[in-house]
Ligand binder design. Sequence first.
Ligand SMILES: Cc1cc2nc3c(=O)[nH]c(=O)nc-3n(C[C@H](O)[C@H](O)[C@H](O)COP(=O)(O)OP(=O)(O)OC[C@H]3O[C@@H](n4cnc5c(N)ncnc54)[C@H](O)[C@@H]3O)c2cc1C
Length: 325
Amino acid sequence: MAGAFWCIVEDDRKGMPKKVMAEVLGEAGRLGGPVEAVWLVDKATDDGLKHLGEWGAAKVWLVENPALAAYQGEVWVPVLAELAAKETPKAILAPVTSRQRELMARLAARLDVGLSADSVGLAMDGDRLVATRPVYAGKLLSKVTWAGQPWLATLRPNVFRPAEAQAGRTAAVERPGVAVPAGVTKLVERREEAATGLPELTEAEIVISGGRGMKGPENYVILEDMARVIGAAVGASRAAVDAGWRPHRFQIGQTGRTISPKLYMGFGVSGAIQHLAGMRTSKVIVAVNKDAEAPIFKIADYGIVGDLFEVVPALTEELKRLMDR
Ligand SMILES: Cc1cc2nc3c(=O)[nH]c(=O)nc-3n(C[C@H](O)[C@H](O)[C@H](O)COP(=O)(O)OP(=O)(O)OC[C@H]3O[C@@H](n4cnc5c(N)ncnc54)[C@H](O)[C@@H]3O)c2cc1C
């Protein structure tokens, strides 16, 4: 409906919205709504639609088309732009993910409106929206507002309070008649990553990160052991990624992922400004480094000056004991 807060659905490409959508939908509700989800997908599931309704979407604009199986900007952006032009939402919100970062930037350009990327706060000031977003690699927070509507913003995961699912609340599903253009790129190969059994980096409530101090790829197993005990994701610094120890999707920082978990634990990470840019909004920061002067200690809530190869196994044992209680 005109004047609604739209939330672009990030899903697992198997027909289920990701849990970060509870945060986006929850925030749209707190800003005053009306809250609507927009879901571009090849095949939605009833369970997925149920989740969106329970998280507060009054309506789901569902565009189901085989051409939407994989993300292609040149296919998705015209669909959203056409729908937005017809329905005139007040705001379009999406979580910060690799796909949505690109999609929302392209959509902003197409609609000729502003985008607050990586927002960590949103608030209504009278009848305008004001977003808070980090600048200068997270050293400063700036407040921005929009000259025109719709207001486009991507929301950093784990920052906004998720909507409480309300059983029985359902969303009306509307299938708009919009043209889905043909893509100009072709999917040549799709490789599914082997499941690690660990949560996804940007969604995890606890992140354990290993830097150059890990000494080699074979040693990440000790971080994975700890991660399994406490249900954490394992990330890395760029030094570790550049050395080929971890794939790039695990890189935390300015040129990697931005995370905001409840707990971040860095092992053998020095705390370079570019790394901090990706994790400094973590609620609690723990650092383990054998150098007492390592910059990461300046932002850490708790620190251990010591050899990670002694600290990690001892900590894992202690955590096991606590979790078994
Ligand atoms: C444009 C640009 C973008 C960048 N983007 C990113 C980014 O997105 N993410 C990122 O991380 N970096 C990024 N960097 C790189 C960044 O500047 C640092 O070089 C990098 O973060 C360092 O990684 P590190 O902390 O693992 O390694 P180092 O700085 O080498 O630190 C290793 C630490 O491990 C400690 N250590 C060694 N052995 C042990 C042990 N046994 N026990 C305990 N501690 C030990 C050392 O004391 C040291 O503090 C970027 C740089 C540039 C120029």
